[in-house]
Write a protein that binds this ligand. Sequence first.
Ligand SMILES: [Zn+2]
Length: 58
Amino acid sequence: MKHKPPSERDSKTCPVCGRPFLWRKKWEKVWPEVVYCSDRCRNARRTRSEAEENLKTN
Ligand SMILES: [Zn+2]
């Protein structure tokens, strides 16, 4: 019995933590706009850019 593998449309890779995440019911209306796996990663991206700028300064 084969299961249909998730299509690209149904899964994305979070650019912050690098992990794939699957479509969720709560995202059904905004899925095309979803980039991060969670609010935590969404916020982490900002923090990370600030940290990178600090590294340049140092
Ligand atoms: Zn993530």
